[in-house]
Design a protein around this ligand. Sequence first.
Ligand code: IPD
Ligand code: CA
Ligand code: CA
Ligand code: CA
Length: 255
Amino acid sequence: MLYDEIINIVTLAGEMILQAHEEELTIYDKAGISNFVTKHDKDVQSYLIRNLRIILPEANFLAEEDGIQQELGEGYCFIIDPIDGTTNFIFDYKHSCISVGLAYHGKMQFGCVYNPYTREMYTAIKGEGAKLNGKEIHSSDKGLSENLAAFGCARYQTEDTDRIFDYAKKLYLNSLGIREGGSAALDICRVASGANGVYVELMLQPWDYAAASLIVMEAGGFISTAEGGLISLEQPSSILAAGRTCWKEAMKLLN
Ligand code: IPD
Ligand code: CA
Ligand code: CA
Ligand code: CA
């Protein structure tokens, strides 16, 4: 089965991330403060593309590193973040993941997000619900005052600093506490499992949220832009992912 094969490839790629800590992490700078890529981000991405191509030769690819960022196009497209949480990876935070989504004619069909450190594999198939290591998960149906709230703020998105900390303060004052995990994909998956009531970030790329967007929707949650609009798989977007009650409350609170 195609989706099982994808899960196997992603699980094996997870071993590459664990193994990388035994080696020197060759680190390169990207534009802006604290924006890194390592040899391992590139190696994991090459491994994923090489193997996914074997199981679905007609698929396009949209992936973060090495100028692979092509278009979704018609038919199948894999949307890949080889390591989401590169800074966490560099600092050995043990909180990073591989994110692989599969879209068909521009709509998400399948998503998997894998944290190799905890061996947590979040998956979703369109119309069939979301799972964590094979067990169904559901987003929280409680309000903000009974949930944790997560936000994301990358140091290289300096123009968003005031707005995101304004959001963080509002969420802090209206929830049980705030978290900043350093991996957007895992933060959104934690909305899907009910660990986070809500997650907000102002500038993300499709590979950060494509797979997780299906996982959170299939878990009964909701994902939109920070203003409540539809998210795009073709261009950067702000993200507000939340359980249904939290989403309504966060929309009022933040807009
Ligand atoms: C980053 C992480 C981080 C988020 C950034 C992303 P990367 O992705 O998801 O949590 O705050 O906006 O760019 O670069 O580690 O794949
Ligand atoms: Ca990056
Ligand atoms: Ca990312
Ligand atoms: Ca990445």
